[in-house]
Ligand binder design. Sequence first.
Ligand SMILES: [Zn+2]
Length: 258
Amino acid sequence: MRKKKTKKNILMLFLIVLLLVVSSYFIVSKVFLAKNQESEETMQEQQKEEPQQEVETPSSSETQEEENNSGLKIVDGILIVNKSFPLPEDYVPEDPYEPLNGRDYCSYCVTKETYEHFKEMQTDIEVLGLNIWIQSGYRSYNFQNGLYNNYVNRDGKDAADTYSARPGHSEHQTGLAFDLNTISSDFAYTPEGKWIHNNAYLYGFILRYPEGKENITGYMYEPWHLRYVGKELAAKLYNNGDWITLEEYFDLPSTYND
Ligand SMILES: [Zn+2]
């Protein structure tokens, strides 16, 4: 009788130990699996966040083009607007610093991000006793239409196309671009113009239409026209003062179909 009970106890003990071993195996393997997945995920995130170090232009297989139904051309998160890539007629700046309220023309209706970086730049240049201001910021499709047609009537279509964008093709409609101070090539020779040429990139701006790149951008040299692209890309395009265009960097055309 006693022997039987001891045997039973041993069997029970054995079963309990077996149960413990089996269940702990499952727990350990589950935790291990979860940990592995976690580290894989963080690795993927790190890869995503890693900035491109090279100044070399990315090949088209490296750039990410956003596919969307909005009719926008976006490469690596950068909205492209030029003679090849227009904006829809109803496109307005995202998150404008000043509300549009249906206006066709509004200097401070550029995006908040654009305006904040402009302010930062303006504050820094003021320390040097210099002064910059936004002469022309947001312009609607309608406004650009009127502007362009006036130029066509005055100078003819071919001439107008070298200095004025057709409606939908103006960066001013994005709210990411503006003209500084005086809209004149002389701006490049002013202390402000020289400083902008060499420092705007520090605030995320690029000289959108550099000198000597007229055949690439499709526009004449505009030392007063800045486009916000963020500091990382702006630093690459600055290229020690020998500005690279968005068209060169992303290997994009800028020509009208007609
Ligand atoms: Zn402009």
